[in-house]
Design a protein around this ligand. Structure first.
Ligand code: BES
Ligand code: MN
Ligand code: ZN
Length: 501
Protein backbone atom coordinates (compact mmCIF):
# COMPACT_ATOMS: atom_id res chain seq x y z
CA UNK A 1 0.00 0.00 0.00
CA UNK A 2 1.36 3.37 -1.04
CA UNK A 3 0.39 6.46 0.98
CA UNK A 4 1.29 9.94 -0.23
CA UNK A 5 0.39 13.49 0.70
CA UNK A 6 -0.22 15.65 -2.38
CA UNK A 7 -1.38 19.09 -3.33
CA UNK A 8 -4.22 18.37 -5.70
CA UNK A 9 -7.68 19.68 -6.53
CA UNK A 10 -9.83 17.05 -4.97
CA UNK A 11 -12.69 17.34 -7.45
CA UNK A 12 -10.08 16.37 -10.05
CA UNK A 13 -8.67 13.42 -8.13
CA UNK A 14 -8.89 10.22 -10.16
CA UNK A 15 -9.55 7.31 -7.81
CA UNK A 16 -11.98 4.51 -6.96
CA UNK A 17 -13.13 6.23 -3.78
CA UNK A 18 -12.86 9.83 -2.67
CA UNK A 19 -13.30 10.24 1.08
CA UNK A 20 -14.91 13.42 2.38
CA UNK A 21 -16.32 14.06 5.83
CA UNK A 22 -19.09 15.59 7.83
CA UNK A 23 -19.42 16.61 11.47
CA UNK A 24 -22.53 15.45 13.32
CA UNK A 25 -25.51 17.77 12.94
CA UNK A 26 -23.92 19.90 10.19
CA UNK A 27 -26.21 20.43 7.22
CA UNK A 28 -24.39 23.02 5.12
CA UNK A 29 -21.52 21.37 3.31
CA UNK A 30 -18.53 23.66 3.33
CA UNK A 31 -14.84 23.47 2.47
CA UNK A 32 -13.65 20.48 0.46
CA UNK A 33 -16.78 18.46 1.12
CA UNK A 34 -18.72 21.43 -0.23
CA UNK A 35 -16.47 21.66 -3.28
CA UNK A 36 -17.07 17.99 -4.10
CA UNK A 37 -20.79 18.51 -3.60
CA UNK A 38 -20.72 21.46 -5.97
CA UNK A 39 -18.80 19.53 -8.61
CA UNK A 40 -21.51 16.88 -8.34
CA UNK A 41 -24.28 19.42 -8.67
CA UNK A 42 -25.53 19.09 -5.10
CA UNK A 43 -25.68 15.27 -5.15
CA UNK A 44 -23.87 14.81 -1.84
CA UNK A 45 -26.17 17.21 -0.04
CA UNK A 46 -29.27 15.53 -1.48
CA UNK A 47 -28.22 11.99 -0.64
CA UNK A 48 -27.07 12.96 2.85
CA UNK A 49 -30.55 14.35 3.39
CA UNK A 50 -32.43 11.51 1.73
CA UNK A 51 -30.53 8.83 3.63
CA UNK A 52 -30.86 10.67 6.91
CA UNK A 53 -27.06 10.58 7.30
CA UNK A 54 -26.33 12.28 10.61
CA UNK A 55 -22.52 12.35 10.64
CA UNK A 56 -22.23 10.05 13.67
CA UNK A 57 -18.61 9.15 14.35
CA UNK A 58 -17.55 6.28 12.09
CA UNK A 59 -20.76 6.08 10.06
CA UNK A 60 -20.31 6.00 6.28
CA UNK A 61 -22.34 6.82 3.20
CA UNK A 62 -21.40 5.72 -0.32
CA UNK A 63 -22.34 7.83 -3.35
CA UNK A 64 -21.75 6.78 -6.96
CA UNK A 65 -20.61 9.69 -9.08
CA UNK A 66 -21.64 8.28 -12.46
CA UNK A 67 -18.73 9.96 -14.20
CA UNK A 68 -19.53 13.49 -13.05
CA UNK A 69 -16.05 13.73 -11.47
CA UNK A 70 -13.01 11.49 -12.03
CA UNK A 71 -13.59 9.67 -8.70
CA UNK A 72 -15.87 6.65 -9.12
CA UNK A 73 -17.44 6.89 -5.68
CA UNK A 74 -17.55 9.40 -2.90
CA UNK A 75 -17.54 8.08 0.66
CA UNK A 76 -18.84 10.46 3.29
CA UNK A 77 -17.57 9.59 6.76
CA UNK A 78 -19.14 10.92 9.94
CA UNK A 79 -16.76 12.66 12.34
CA UNK A 80 -19.09 12.91 15.33
CA UNK A 81 -19.60 16.08 17.33
CA UNK A 82 -17.24 18.91 16.39
CA UNK A 83 -16.45 19.88 19.98
CA UNK A 84 -15.55 16.27 20.82
CA UNK A 85 -13.27 15.77 17.82
CA UNK A 86 -9.77 14.64 18.80
CA UNK A 87 -7.06 12.16 17.78
CA UNK A 88 -9.16 9.21 19.01
CA UNK A 89 -12.12 10.31 16.87
CA UNK A 90 -9.81 10.91 13.91
CA UNK A 91 -8.46 7.36 14.13
CA UNK A 92 -11.99 5.94 14.29
CA UNK A 93 -13.04 7.98 11.26
CA UNK A 94 -9.98 6.89 9.25
CA UNK A 95 -10.59 3.26 10.15
CA UNK A 96 -14.30 3.38 9.29
CA UNK A 97 -13.71 5.08 5.94
CA UNK A 98 -10.95 2.67 4.88
CA UNK A 99 -13.02 -0.37 5.88
CA UNK A 100 -15.89 1.06 3.85
CA UNK A 101 -13.59 1.63 0.87
CA UNK A 102 -12.37 -1.93 1.15
CA UNK A 103 -15.95 -3.26 1.21
CA UNK A 104 -16.54 -1.20 -1.94
CA UNK A 105 -13.53 -2.94 -3.51
CA UNK A 106 -11.75 0.37 -4.03
CA UNK A 107 -8.09 0.00 -4.95
CA UNK A 108 -7.20 3.65 -5.13
CA UNK A 109 -8.34 6.16 -2.54
CA UNK A 110 -8.06 9.89 -2.18
CA UNK A 111 -8.95 11.65 1.02
CA UNK A 112 -9.09 15.10 2.48
CA UNK A 113 -7.88 15.84 5.99
CA UNK A 114 -9.53 19.20 6.30
CA UNK A 115 -11.74 18.31 9.24
CA UNK A 116 -8.74 17.16 11.21
CA UNK A 117 -7.24 20.57 10.59
CA UNK A 118 -10.27 22.18 12.16
CA UNK A 119 -9.04 20.68 15.44
CA UNK A 120 -5.68 21.49 17.00
CA UNK A 121 -4.04 18.29 15.75
CA UNK A 122 -0.68 18.77 14.08
CA UNK A 123 -0.10 17.59 10.51
CA UNK A 124 2.51 15.15 11.85
CA UNK A 125 -0.01 13.56 14.21
CA UNK A 126 -2.63 13.39 11.47
CA UNK A 127 -0.13 11.75 9.13
CA UNK A 128 0.91 9.26 11.81
CA UNK A 129 -2.72 8.32 12.45
CA UNK A 130 -3.26 7.71 8.74
CA UNK A 131 -0.09 5.61 8.50
CA UNK A 132 -0.91 3.55 11.58
CA UNK A 133 -4.61 2.95 11.00
CA UNK A 134 -4.31 2.19 7.28
CA UNK A 135 -2.01 -0.73 8.07
CA UNK A 136 -3.31 -1.89 11.45
CA UNK A 137 -7.03 -1.33 10.92
CA UNK A 138 -7.13 -3.47 7.79
CA UNK A 139 -4.83 -6.18 9.19
CA UNK A 140 -5.82 -9.82 8.96
CA UNK A 141 -4.00 -13.05 9.69
CA UNK A 142 -5.03 -15.55 7.05
CA UNK A 143 -1.86 -17.47 6.54
CA UNK A 144 -3.57 -20.72 7.52
CA UNK A 145 -6.75 -20.23 5.48
CA UNK A 146 -6.38 -22.36 2.37
CA UNK A 147 -9.60 -21.10 0.71
CA UNK A 148 -9.16 -17.35 1.11
CA UNK A 149 -5.64 -17.59 -0.21
CA UNK A 150 -6.92 -18.76 -3.59
CA UNK A 151 -9.73 -16.25 -3.88
CA UNK A 152 -8.56 -12.98 -5.45
CA UNK A 153 -8.80 -10.28 -2.83
CA UNK A 154 -9.15 -6.61 -3.55
CA UNK A 155 -6.56 -4.75 -1.57
CA UNK A 156 -6.22 -1.03 -1.23
CA UNK A 157 -3.20 -0.12 -3.34
CA UNK A 158 -2.86 3.57 -2.80
CA UNK A 159 -4.07 6.34 -0.52
CA UNK A 160 -3.56 9.92 -1.63
CA UNK A 161 -3.93 12.43 1.16
CA UNK A 162 -4.93 15.74 -0.35
CA UNK A 163 -3.46 18.80 1.31
CA UNK A 164 -3.62 22.19 -0.35
CA UNK A 165 -1.27 23.91 2.07
CA UNK A 166 2.09 22.91 0.62
CA UNK A 167 3.88 23.82 3.87
CA UNK A 168 2.00 21.05 5.65
CA UNK A 169 2.81 18.35 3.13
CA UNK A 170 6.26 17.86 4.61
CA UNK A 171 4.86 17.25 8.11
CA UNK A 172 2.10 15.00 6.83
CA UNK A 173 4.63 12.96 4.88
CA UNK A 174 6.92 12.59 7.90
CA UNK A 175 3.94 11.57 10.05
CA UNK A 176 2.78 8.99 7.52
CA UNK A 177 6.27 7.50 7.34
CA UNK A 178 6.50 7.18 11.11
CA UNK A 179 2.96 5.78 11.36
CA UNK A 180 3.59 3.11 8.74
CA UNK A 181 6.88 2.10 10.41
CA UNK A 182 5.23 1.78 13.83
CA UNK A 183 2.34 -0.16 12.32
CA UNK A 184 4.74 -2.61 10.69
CA UNK A 185 6.52 -3.17 14.01
CA UNK A 186 3.19 -3.85 15.66
CA UNK A 187 2.20 -6.17 12.80
CA UNK A 188 5.37 -8.15 13.39
CA UNK A 189 4.26 -8.53 17.03
CA UNK A 190 0.69 -9.41 15.99
CA UNK A 191 1.87 -12.04 13.51
CA UNK A 192 4.08 -13.62 16.17
CA UNK A 193 1.20 -13.85 18.66
CA UNK A 194 -1.29 -15.03 16.02
CA UNK A 195 1.04 -17.84 15.04
CA UNK A 196 0.03 -21.07 16.84
CA UNK A 197 2.28 -22.25 19.67
CA UNK A 198 3.12 -25.25 17.48
CA UNK A 199 5.07 -22.87 15.24
CA UNK A 200 5.92 -19.95 17.54
CA UNK A 201 8.22 -21.95 19.81
CA UNK A 202 11.02 -20.42 21.91
CA UNK A 203 13.41 -21.48 19.13
CA UNK A 204 11.32 -19.66 16.53
CA UNK A 205 11.19 -16.54 18.73
CA UNK A 206 14.97 -16.63 18.98
CA UNK A 207 15.26 -16.94 15.19
CA UNK A 208 12.93 -14.03 14.58
CA UNK A 209 14.91 -12.01 17.15
CA UNK A 210 18.10 -12.87 15.21
CA UNK A 211 16.55 -11.61 11.97
CA UNK A 212 15.42 -8.40 13.69
CA UNK A 213 18.88 -7.86 15.16
CA UNK A 214 20.56 -8.46 11.82
CA UNK A 215 18.28 -6.08 9.91
CA UNK A 216 18.81 -3.35 12.50
CA UNK A 217 22.51 -3.86 13.09
CA UNK A 218 21.99 -4.85 16.74
CA UNK A 219 23.97 -7.17 19.00
CA UNK A 220 22.15 -10.36 19.97
CA UNK A 221 22.85 -13.16 22.41
CA UNK A 222 20.76 -16.31 22.71
CA UNK A 223 21.43 -18.50 25.76
CA UNK A 224 20.41 -22.14 25.70
CA UNK A 225 19.46 -24.29 28.69
CA UNK A 226 23.06 -25.13 29.61
CA UNK A 227 24.17 -21.48 29.50
CA UNK A 228 21.19 -20.44 31.64
CA UNK A 229 21.98 -23.20 34.12
CA UNK A 230 25.55 -21.96 34.40
CA UNK A 231 24.22 -18.52 35.27
CA UNK A 232 22.02 -20.04 37.97
CA UNK A 233 18.63 -19.32 36.38
CA UNK A 234 16.88 -21.96 38.45
CA UNK A 235 13.51 -20.20 38.36
CA UNK A 236 13.23 -19.75 34.58
CA UNK A 237 14.55 -23.25 33.91
CA UNK A 238 12.07 -24.75 36.39
CA UNK A 239 9.22 -23.43 34.28
CA UNK A 240 10.72 -24.89 31.13
CA UNK A 241 11.58 -28.32 32.54
CA UNK A 242 8.19 -29.85 31.75
CA UNK A 243 8.45 -29.06 28.05
CA UNK A 244 10.12 -30.84 25.15
CA UNK A 245 10.78 -27.46 23.55
CA UNK A 246 14.19 -26.08 24.54
CA UNK A 247 14.10 -22.69 26.32
CA UNK A 248 15.81 -19.69 24.71
CA UNK A 249 16.96 -16.69 26.71
CA UNK A 250 17.20 -13.80 24.26
CA UNK A 251 19.08 -10.51 24.72
CA UNK A 252 19.27 -7.76 22.09
CA UNK A 253 21.24 -4.55 22.55
CA UNK A 254 20.82 -1.19 20.86
CA UNK A 255 23.38 1.56 21.43
CA UNK A 256 22.78 5.04 20.05
CA UNK A 257 25.32 7.01 18.06
CA UNK A 258 26.96 9.43 20.49
CA UNK A 259 26.53 9.33 24.25
CA UNK A 260 23.45 7.49 25.50
CA UNK A 261 21.12 9.56 27.70
CA UNK A 262 20.46 6.44 29.78
CA UNK A 263 20.15 2.68 29.61
CA UNK A 264 16.65 1.24 29.52
CA UNK A 265 15.78 -2.43 29.82
CA UNK A 266 12.62 -3.69 28.14
CA UNK A 267 11.58 -7.19 29.14
CA UNK A 268 8.77 -9.23 27.60
CA UNK A 269 7.15 -12.32 29.09
CA UNK A 270 7.77 -15.05 26.53
CA UNK A 271 5.72 -18.09 27.52
CA UNK A 272 4.97 -19.48 24.06
CA UNK A 273 2.20 -21.66 25.45
CA UNK A 274 0.77 -21.64 28.97
CA UNK A 275 -1.05 -24.85 29.78
CA UNK A 276 -0.74 -24.01 33.47
CA UNK A 277 1.70 -26.90 33.96
CA UNK A 278 0.64 -29.48 36.57
CA UNK A 279 -1.71 -26.81 37.97
CA UNK A 280 -3.43 -27.37 34.64
CA UNK A 281 -5.79 -24.73 33.26
CA UNK A 282 -9.35 -25.66 32.36
CA UNK A 283 -9.79 -26.22 28.58
CA UNK A 284 -11.55 -22.91 27.94
CA UNK A 285 -8.84 -20.84 29.60
CA UNK A 286 -6.19 -22.56 27.51
CA UNK A 287 -7.71 -21.68 24.14
CA UNK A 288 -5.92 -18.36 23.82
CA UNK A 289 -2.74 -19.24 25.72
CA UNK A 290 -0.58 -19.06 22.62
CA UNK A 291 -0.80 -15.32 23.40
CA UNK A 292 1.26 -15.71 26.58
CA UNK A 293 4.29 -14.42 24.65
CA UNK A 294 2.61 -11.11 23.76
CA UNK A 295 5.11 -9.21 25.92
CA UNK A 296 7.98 -10.87 24.05
CA UNK A 297 6.33 -10.08 20.71
CA UNK A 298 5.95 -6.42 21.74
CA UNK A 299 9.61 -5.98 22.70
CA UNK A 300 10.87 -7.84 19.62
CA UNK A 301 8.54 -5.69 17.49
CA UNK A 302 9.94 -2.59 19.17
CA UNK A 303 13.53 -3.61 18.46
CA UNK A 304 12.62 -4.07 14.79
CA UNK A 305 12.26 -0.29 14.57
CA UNK A 306 15.62 0.72 16.01
CA UNK A 307 17.23 1.52 12.69
CA UNK A 308 14.28 3.65 11.67
CA UNK A 309 13.74 5.62 14.89
CA UNK A 310 17.27 5.71 16.39
CA UNK A 311 16.38 6.56 20.02
CA UNK A 312 18.96 8.54 22.03
CA UNK A 313 18.97 5.96 24.84
CA UNK A 314 20.70 2.60 25.11
CA UNK A 315 18.22 -0.27 25.13
CA UNK A 316 18.53 -3.87 26.22
CA UNK A 317 15.71 -6.21 25.30
CA UNK A 318 15.26 -9.42 27.26
CA UNK A 319 12.96 -12.37 26.57
CA UNK A 320 13.15 -15.55 28.65
CA UNK A 321 11.24 -17.73 26.21
CA UNK A 322 9.77 -21.06 27.28
CA UNK A 323 6.68 -23.22 27.24
CA UNK A 324 4.78 -24.09 30.41
CA UNK A 325 3.76 -27.74 30.08
CA UNK A 326 2.67 -30.60 32.34
CA UNK A 327 4.72 -33.80 32.15
CA UNK A 328 6.69 -36.27 34.21
CA UNK A 329 9.56 -33.82 34.26
CA UNK A 330 7.46 -30.77 35.08
CA UNK A 331 7.91 -28.69 38.20
CA UNK A 332 5.50 -29.69 41.03
CA UNK A 333 3.46 -27.52 43.33
CA UNK A 334 5.48 -27.33 46.54
CA UNK A 335 8.86 -27.49 44.81
CA UNK A 336 11.44 -24.87 45.76
CA UNK A 337 13.67 -23.31 43.11
CA UNK A 338 16.44 -20.72 43.22
CA UNK A 339 16.64 -17.65 40.97
CA UNK A 340 19.88 -16.21 39.60
CA UNK A 341 20.07 -13.62 42.40
CA UNK A 342 20.02 -16.38 45.03
CA UNK A 343 16.43 -15.89 46.19
CA UNK A 344 14.39 -19.06 46.67
CA UNK A 345 10.82 -19.52 45.51
CA UNK A 346 8.24 -22.01 46.71
CA UNK A 347 6.14 -22.82 43.63
CA UNK A 348 2.62 -23.19 45.02
CA UNK A 349 0.90 -22.91 41.65
CA UNK A 350 2.70 -23.86 38.45
CA UNK A 351 0.26 -21.64 36.53
CA UNK A 352 1.81 -18.53 38.10
CA UNK A 353 4.81 -19.18 35.83
CA UNK A 354 5.27 -15.82 34.16
CA UNK A 355 6.61 -14.10 37.28
CA UNK A 356 8.97 -17.06 37.85
CA UNK A 357 10.50 -16.63 34.38
CA UNK A 358 10.67 -12.88 34.95
CA UNK A 359 12.50 -13.38 38.25
CA UNK A 360 15.53 -14.56 36.26
CA UNK A 361 15.05 -12.15 33.36
CA UNK A 362 15.07 -9.27 35.85
CA UNK A 363 17.92 -10.71 37.95
CA UNK A 364 19.99 -10.99 34.77
CA UNK A 365 19.44 -7.40 33.64
CA UNK A 366 19.89 -5.92 37.13
CA UNK A 367 23.56 -6.98 36.98
CA UNK A 368 23.96 -4.53 34.09
CA UNK A 369 22.56 -1.73 36.28
CA UNK A 370 20.12 -0.20 33.78
CA UNK A 371 18.58 3.17 34.73
CA UNK A 372 15.05 1.96 34.10
CA UNK A 373 13.27 -1.34 33.65
CA UNK A 374 9.95 -1.83 31.86
CA UNK A 375 8.41 -5.27 31.72
CA UNK A 376 5.41 -6.23 29.61
CA UNK A 377 3.65 -9.42 30.58
CA UNK A 378 0.38 -11.26 30.06
CA UNK A 379 0.70 -11.92 33.76
CA UNK A 380 -2.68 -12.30 35.42
CA UNK A 381 -6.30 -13.14 34.76
CA UNK A 382 -7.06 -10.80 37.67
CA UNK A 383 -5.90 -7.83 35.60
CA UNK A 384 -8.30 -8.87 32.83
CA UNK A 385 -11.12 -8.99 35.39
CA UNK A 386 -10.19 -5.52 36.66
CA UNK A 387 -9.61 -3.67 33.39
CA UNK A 388 -11.02 -5.91 30.67
CA UNK A 389 -9.37 -5.83 27.27
CA UNK A 390 -9.64 -2.05 27.34
CA UNK A 391 -6.64 -1.08 29.46
CA UNK A 392 -3.26 -2.40 30.58
CA UNK A 393 -2.54 -2.49 34.31
CA UNK A 394 0.51 -0.46 35.32
CA UNK A 395 2.36 -1.09 38.57
CA UNK A 396 5.59 0.52 39.75
CA UNK A 397 8.15 1.28 42.43
CA UNK A 398 8.65 4.78 40.99
CA UNK A 399 5.63 7.03 40.53
CA UNK A 400 7.22 9.67 38.30
CA UNK A 401 8.55 7.03 35.91
CA UNK A 402 5.17 5.29 35.76
CA UNK A 403 3.44 8.55 34.96
CA UNK A 404 5.68 9.10 31.94
CA UNK A 405 5.00 5.57 30.68
CA UNK A 406 1.24 5.94 31.25
CA UNK A 407 1.23 9.23 29.33
CA UNK A 408 3.26 7.70 26.50
CA UNK A 409 0.80 4.81 26.30
CA UNK A 410 -2.43 6.76 26.46
CA UNK A 411 -1.21 9.14 23.75
CA UNK A 412 -0.82 6.27 21.31
CA UNK A 413 -4.25 4.84 22.04
CA UNK A 414 -2.90 2.04 24.22
CA UNK A 415 -4.81 2.65 27.43
CA UNK A 416 -2.86 2.42 30.68
CA UNK A 417 -4.34 2.39 34.17
CA UNK A 418 -2.36 2.23 37.36
CA UNK A 419 -2.96 -0.24 40.17
CA UNK A 420 -1.45 0.36 43.64
CA UNK A 421 1.24 -1.70 45.35
CA UNK A 422 0.85 -1.82 49.14
CA UNK A 423 3.07 -3.30 51.85
CA UNK A 424 0.10 -5.40 52.93
CA UNK A 425 0.23 -7.13 49.55
CA UNK A 426 4.00 -7.54 49.75
CA UNK A 427 3.50 -9.35 53.10
CA UNK A 428 1.46 -12.02 51.37
CA UNK A 429 4.52 -13.28 49.50
CA UNK A 430 5.89 -14.93 52.67
CA UNK A 431 6.65 -18.64 52.39
CA UNK A 432 6.90 -21.13 55.27
CA UNK A 433 10.00 -22.76 53.84
CA UNK A 434 11.51 -20.44 51.19
CA UNK A 435 12.10 -16.71 50.58
CA UNK A 436 8.76 -16.28 48.85
CA UNK A 437 5.82 -18.06 47.30
CA UNK A 438 4.89 -17.52 43.66
CA UNK A 439 1.22 -16.75 44.34
CA UNK A 440 -0.27 -14.52 47.04
CA UNK A 441 -3.61 -14.39 48.78
CA UNK A 442 -6.08 -16.55 46.87
CA UNK A 443 -8.61 -14.69 44.77
CA UNK A 444 -7.52 -11.27 46.00
CA UNK A 445 -5.40 -8.53 44.37
CA UNK A 446 -4.13 -11.01 41.80
CA UNK A 447 -2.53 -8.44 39.48
CA UNK A 448 -0.66 -6.78 42.34
CA UNK A 449 0.49 -10.15 43.72
CA UNK A 450 2.27 -10.74 40.44
CA UNK A 451 3.82 -7.28 40.50
CA UNK A 452 5.13 -7.39 44.09
CA UNK A 453 6.74 -10.73 43.26
CA UNK A 454 8.66 -9.24 40.31
CA UNK A 455 9.51 -6.21 42.47
CA UNK A 456 11.56 -8.53 44.71
CA UNK A 457 14.07 -8.83 41.87
CA UNK A 458 14.47 -5.26 40.63
CA UNK A 459 16.77 -4.08 43.46
CA UNK A 460 15.19 -0.62 43.69
CA UNK A 461 15.96 0.24 40.07
CA UNK A 462 13.07 2.38 38.75
CA UNK A 463 10.68 -0.19 37.32
CA UNK A 464 7.33 -0.21 35.58
CA UNK A 465 5.38 -3.43 35.19
CA UNK A 466 2.70 -3.44 32.49
CA UNK A 467 0.21 -6.29 32.77
CA UNK A 468 -1.07 -6.65 29.20
CA UNK A 469 -3.14 -9.83 29.77
CA UNK A 470 -6.35 -7.99 28.80
CA UNK A 471 -5.51 -5.81 25.78
CA UNK A 472 -3.17 -8.38 24.22
CA UNK A 473 -6.26 -10.14 22.88
CA UNK A 474 -9.52 -8.41 22.03
CA UNK A 475 -12.91 -10.08 21.57
CA UNK A 476 -14.29 -7.54 19.15
CA UNK A 477 -12.67 -5.63 16.30
CA UNK A 478 -11.91 -1.95 16.79
CA UNK A 479 -10.26 0.84 14.82
CA UNK A 480 -6.86 -0.72 15.42
CA UNK A 481 -7.70 -4.08 13.93
CA UNK A 482 -9.63 -7.34 14.06
CA UNK A 483 -10.49 -9.42 17.11
CA UNK A 484 -7.69 -11.61 18.44
CA UNK A 485 -4.04 -10.70 19.05
CA UNK A 486 -3.33 -6.96 19.05
CA UNK A 487 0.43 -6.60 19.45
CA UNK A 488 -0.23 -4.16 22.30
CA UNK A 489 2.80 -2.44 23.82
CA UNK A 490 4.75 -1.63 20.66
CA UNK A 491 3.25 1.84 20.27
CA UNK A 492 3.72 2.66 23.95
CA UNK A 493 7.34 1.55 23.97
CA UNK A 494 8.20 3.40 20.76
CA UNK A 495 6.58 6.58 22.03
CA UNK A 496 8.25 6.24 25.42
CA UNK A 497 11.70 5.52 24.02
CA UNK A 498 11.60 8.36 21.49
CA UNK A 499 9.69 11.06 23.37
CA UNK A 500 9.70 10.41 27.11
CA UNK A 501 12.91 8.58 27.97
N1 BES B 1 -0.82 -16.34 31.40
C1 BES B 1 -1.63 -16.33 32.55
C2 BES B 1 -2.43 -15.03 32.71
C3 BES B 1 -3.48 -14.74 31.69
C4 BES B 1 -4.81 -15.01 31.95
C5 BES B 1 -3.16 -14.13 30.50
C6 BES B 1 -5.78 -14.71 31.02
C7 BES B 1 -4.14 -13.82 29.55
C8 BES B 1 -5.44 -14.10 29.83
C9 BES B 1 -0.77 -16.50 33.79
O1 BES B 1 0.37 -17.26 33.63
C10 BES B 1 -1.61 -17.19 34.83
O2 BES B 1 -2.01 -18.28 34.59
N2 BES B 1 -1.83 -16.52 35.95
C11 BES B 1 -2.61 -17.06 37.00
C12 BES B 1 -1.92 -16.77 38.31
C13 BES B 1 -2.52 -17.48 39.50
C14 BES B 1 -2.32 -18.98 39.37
C15 BES B 1 -1.87 -16.97 40.76
C16 BES B 1 -3.98 -16.41 36.95
O3 BES B 1 -4.09 -15.23 36.65
O4 BES B 1 -4.94 -17.12 37.20
MN1 MN C 1 -0.04 -19.31 33.84
ZN1 ZN D 1 1.13 -17.37 31.77
Amino acid sequence: MKIEAKNQKLENSKCDALIVNLFEGVTTLSGSTGAVDEALGGLVKNIVKEEGFKGKLGSTLVIRTNGAIPAKKVIVVGLGKKDKFDIVALRKAISASLKCAKREKAKTISSIVEAAKASDLSSTDIGQAIGEISHLGLYSFDKYKSKEKDAPKTEIQSITVIENDSKKIKDLTAGIKRGVAIANAQILARDLVSEPALAATPTRLANVAREVAKKNGLKIKVLDRAACKKLGMGAYLAVSQGSEEPPKFIEIKYTPKGKAKKHIAIIGKGVTFDSGGLSLKPAGSMETMKDDMSGAAAVIGTMSLMKEIQPKVAITMIVAATENMPSGTAIRPGDVVKAMNGKTIEILNTDAEGRVTLADAVSYIVRQKPNEIIDLATLTGACVVALGDTACGVMTNNQAFAERVIKAGNETGERMWQLPLFDEDREKLKSDIADMINTGSKGKSGAQNGAVFIEQYVNDIPWVHIDIAGPSWIDKENEWGPKGPTGVGVRTLINYLTNYA
